[in-house]
Design a protein around this ligand. Structure first.
Ligand code: UGA
Length: 433
């Protein structure tokens, strides 16, 4: 099938390349010519395991272009995978989505199907279809909602071996075209489950899924905080809970809160929307509040232990990204913590295996960078672990004692076994243990 894809971010590029991989001809549209030139050479602008291999393997079925007119004019299906960032009031900003819609209106020469992959508020697909109908009465443009469930770091796998493909459409024709498009993924070796429904339900599935996971994290973080007060151990508690199939053992890892480009934005967007409908989602409100508090819990413990005085204290920050396996820093807890450390006059040395350059763009001053954990922690007064990179988890813990001025390790991701830290005489503070 001839497919066009608007946007070459995480969702656009990974899905576009995956669709080429299952046999479609895909044109990826973006405005950034320099980025497109890299992609033509098989170089991915984002760090994502397996993506470049897939780009190179399917290069003859993918075109990267700024020429949206040619891409959209005769495409059988046009996907929109551009960002829907957060507005100051928490609502989703749909400007990028509508900008692509305007380009589609300007370009299409035949009937087509537009698939909204961006995460959009309930009812948006319907509004977009009406927008098309008002502006282009000469062609039929069906709008279909296919929300995205890929996670950064495992995006390629999550797309090809998806947990499910949820398709929201309003007529049989649109449902049939999309079913044909995705058919290869529903067969061996992928065997992905295909779930058809109406558009509003599909839009809701996306928000409800992300918010449920965010809620699960905030819940386990609150229980972790309560474990600290009561003397229970959150890891044992999570293990004990996880054996119940109704609860499941995933997303029960306590830490310093969720970050990334999705959970923070989507929880706020659905909460905002629920208030608009006079049906406020109180559980989501609580998840947002708990997460905001959780992000600085570790810093508060450090500050208390240093009697409120961090001036000129040498603090190493290990890991900057919102999770391992990505160079993305959006809403990463490291940002809030580093800002606080700067405010309190600490001398910061940061280590991250891949995100140093991105972090320099965010906070250009007041941070030194180390190329290894060893050099980051040497002569430090305290270490703060923000991301559970393998390098951090596999670090020989006796080196903290050996290299730091005083072995104070504040671990926001529960990377180490408690007993081992005690045996190595490390003052170890983690979450919920
Ligand atoms: C998330 C969802 O997992 C995807 O299904 C969804 O498609 C995506 O958002 C999206 O809407 O685009 P992602 O943001 O890449 O994916 O990352 P996650 O792996 O879900 O992690 C999010 C945050 O939660 C991270 O900061 C992570 O450290 C934290 N987390 C996760 C925990 O603190 N504890 C856990 O047990 C799991």
């Amino acid at each position: 099938m001839k497919i066009a894809f608007a946007g070459t971010g995480y969702v656009g590029l990974v899905t576009g390349v995956a669709l080429a991989h299952i046999g479609h001809n895909v044109t990826c549209v973006d405005i950034d010519e320099a980025k497109l030139e890299l992609m033509r050479k098989g170089i991915s602008p984002i760090y994502e395991m397996g993506l470049e291999d897939l780009m190179k393997k399917n290069n003859d079925r993918i075109t990267y272009t700024t020429d949206y007119k040619r891409a959209y004019e005769d495409a059988e299906v046009i996907f929109i995978g551009v960002g829907t960032p957060e507005r100051p009031d928490g609502s989703a900003n749909l400007d990028y989505v509508y900008a692509v819609c305007d380009q589609i209106i300007e370009s299409v020469k035949q009937d087509t199907i537009v698939v909204i992959k961006s995460t959009v508020p309930i009812g948006t697909n319907e509004s977009i279809e009406k927008y098309f109908q008002d502006k282009r009465k000469d062609v039929k443009i069906d709008v279909v909602s296919i929300p995205e469930f890929l996670a950064q770091g495992t995006a390629v796998h999550d797309t090809l071996y998806a947990s499910r493909i949820v398709v929201g459409a309003e007529n049989d024709y649109a449902h049939n075209v999309i079913k044909k498009l995705y058919e290869p993924l529903t067969k061996e070796p992928y065997n992905v489950t295909y779930v058809a429904m109406n558009r509003k339900s599909a839009e809701m599935v996306k928000y409800a899924s992300n918010c449920f996971l965010a809620l699960k994290i905030s819940y386990i973080n609150e229980i972790a905080n309560f474990c600290e007060k009561t003397g229970a151990n959150i890891e044992d508690v999570a293990t004990g809970m996880g054996y119940d199939d109704r609860i499941g053992n995933k997303f029960l890892k306590a830490g310093i809160g969720y970050g990334g480009s999705c959970f923070p934005k989507d929880t706020k967007a659905i909460h905002w929307l629920s208030r608009e409908y006079d049906s406020e989602l109180l559980t989501i409100k609580a998840a947002i509040e708990v997460n905001a508090m959780q992000k600085t819990k570790l810093f508060e413990k450090l500050l208390k232990d240093f009697n409120g005085d961090l001036k000129n204290k040498k603090i190493a920050v290990l890991g900057l990204t919102f999770k391992p396996g990505t160079d993305d820093l959006r809403e990463a807890p490291s940002i809030d913590n580093i800002k606080l450390l700067i405010e309190y006059g600490a001398n910061i040395t940061a280590y991250d295996p891949i995100a140093e350059n991105n972090f320099k763009k965010l906070i250009p001053e007041n941070i030194e960078y180390a190329s290894s954990i060893e050099s980051a922690i040497t002569n430090c007064d305290a270490v703060m672990i923000m991301t559970e990179w393998d390098e951090v988890k596999n670090f020989e813990v006796n080196k903290y004692k050996e290299l730091m001025k005083t072995a104070n390790v504040y671990d926001g991701r529960n990377c180490y076994v408690l007993k081992e830290m005690v045996l190595n005489h490390i003052n170890y503070v983690s979450i919920g243990r």
